[in-house]
Each structure stands twice: as structure tokens, then as C-alpha cells.
Write a protein that binds this ligand. Structure first.
Ligand SMILES: C[S@@+](CC[C@H](N)C(=O)[O-])C[C@H]1O[C@@H](n2cnc3c(N)ncnc32)[C@H](O)[C@@H]1O
Length: 245
């Protein structure tokens, strides 16, 4: 589809939805966004992060609001699966406004995806996809002054031990790792240290191109008796229960 046709289509859709309601969609930078997302600070952040992220605006907006919701919850913010750094920066910038005392941590192999398991992850991805080095990411994160985001080189894998208990708890964890084994490893690394009432938000859960992510989340939640909430954005949210059996 040409850019012109796409723009026409978006204009038509926006006009139709305005007339029909109740969805109220608006076009921001060529993407349809629910008007519930109208938030001047968020809209200012979009151009800063959009060229450096694979996430659509609606998924970024979910992250933005989760930073707000998790602000009173004890613990820091983590992202596993950074690529070029866009969603990580969104988390940091949102925390500046909603939770300035929280530290933001980014975890990645910085060498792209490990080898997918063809049977569970399908044919869509290959080893080394989404490779961005730590220097490249650091440069982007510090384009407007020194960054205080802490970067960690980690390879998530099933059966890896959870982070040591002595560490800070997490209030919010964003997983964007695409593959089953990566997501499984990261869930067992982070989730036991998420504060009660805290959040794990997983990208990729609803996408055809990443079936392994959903499998990992469902398997983990079955064992831990957690319930993933599936959003129309394709993300899934786990809210750590106040009490766990
Ligand atoms: C889809 S990209 C992340 C996109 C990013 N959140 C954004 O804003 O565009 C997936 C990332 O996960 C990382 N990754 C995947 N599996 C991993 C694993 N097992 N351990 C560490 N990093 C992994 C890749 O290196 C890549 O940076």
C-alpha cells in the first residue's frame, strides 16, 4: 500500500470512528490511537522514541500508563529485550514524571536473538535478529545528556536462577524477547522478585510471529497460579497477587 493510500485510509477510519463512537480514535504520526491516550507528555515522548522502537504507539502507551500505576509500588523498573532502546527510553522518561525515585534497568544479550526453537517459535525469526550493541544503545540513551539507565548484559535461558533475593524488588518489568526460551528464562529471573501488586507486561503474547512467547507465559502462569490478562495490543499483563497460594 502506498503512503498516500495509507494516509487516506487512516483519515477515513478516523472520520468514521469519530462519527460512530464509542471508540474515538485519533491519528498520531500515522497511527490510530484511542483518544484516551491523549496526554501531552506522552505525545511529546513519541517522536523521541518511535524511530528506536518496534513497538506501536498503543503498546508504548500501555507501558507509559503502567509506569504511572506502578509508581506507589516498592521497587524499580526493568526491561528485558532492548534492541535499539526505544521502549526502554520511554520507560525512563515516563518514570521521570511519575516515579523519579525509581531506577530503570535494561537487560539484553546485545547480540540479538539466540537460536529459535523452530517447533515452538515458528519460522519468523532467526538467530541474531534485532542485534544492537551496548555502545549503540548507550549512545542513543544519552542523546539528551548522560543517561542513568543501568544496562546489563544477560542471556536469558530456561532454568536460569532467579536474581539474588538480596537485590531490590521490581515494581514493573517489561519483557520483549520474542522467543519461548528467552521469555521463560526472564520470567523465572524476574517474577519471584516482583513486589505484591507489581506488574510484568509481556510484549509478543498475541502475535502470530511470536507463538513461543505465549507458550512460555502460559506455562509459567500455570505453575505459579497466575493469570495473564491479554490486551488487544497483543501484550499480556501479569499482576502479582497481594497473596499467593
Ligand atoms: C524485539 S527486540 C526488542 C525491541 C525493543 N523493546 C524495542 O523497543 O524495539 C528483542 C530483543 O530481545 C533480545 N533477546 C532475545 N532473547 C534474548 C535472551 N535470551 N537473552 C537476552 N536478550 C535476548 C534481543 O537481543 C533483542 O534486543
Amino acid at each position: 500500500m502506498s503512503l498516500r493510500t495509507r494516509k487516506m485510509e487512516l483519515k477515513l477510519l478516523a472520520a468514521t470512528t469519530r462519527l460512530l463512537g464509542p471508540w474515538h480514535l485519533r491519528v498520531i504520526r500515522d497511527e490510530l490511537v484511542p483518544t484516551g491516550s491523549l496526554d501531552p507528555r506522552f505525545e511529546q515522548l513519541v517522536p523521541m522514541v518511535q524511530p528506536y522502537t518496534l513497538l506501536s504507539i498503543d503498546r508504548l502507551f500501555v507501558l507509559y500508563r503502567l509506569v504511572e500505576s506502578s509508581a506507589p509500588i516498592p521497587g524499580n523498573i526493568a526491561e528485558a529485550g532492548i534492541f535499539r532502546g526505544g521502549s526502554l527510553r520511554l520507560l525512563r522518561e515516563a518514570a521521570r514524571g511519575f516515579a523519579p525515585d525509581k531506577t530503570v534497568h535494561g537487560f539484553d544479550s546485545f547480540s540479538g536473538l539466540p537460536s529459535p526453537s523452530r517447533q515452538v517459535d515458528g519460522q519468523f525469526h532467526a538467530q541474531g535478529d534485532f542485534a544492537a550493541g551496548m555502545n549503540e544503545v548507550s549512545q542513543y540513551l544519552s542523546t539528551r545528556g548522560p543517561s542513568d539507565i543501568q544496562l546489563h548484559r544477560v542471556l536469558f535461558a530456561p532454568g536460569m536462577p532467579s536474581a539474588p533475593d538480596s537485590g531490590e524488588p521490581w515494581a514493573l518489568v517489561h519483557l520483549d524477547l520474542d522467543l519461548r526460551d528467552s521469555v521463560a528464562g526472564a520470567l523465572s529471573f524476574f517474577e519471584p522478585h516482583v513486589s505484591r501488586g507489581g506488574y510484568v507486561i509481556i510484549d509478543d503474547y498475541g502475535f502470530r510471529s511470536t507463538p513461543g512467547a505465549r507458550e512460555a507465559v502460559n506455562a509459567y502462569c500455570r505453575v505459579r497460579k497466575l493469570t495473564p490478562i491479554y490486551f488487544p495490543t497483543g501484550q499480556a499483563l501479569i499482576v502479582k497477587p497481594e497473596r499467593q497460594t
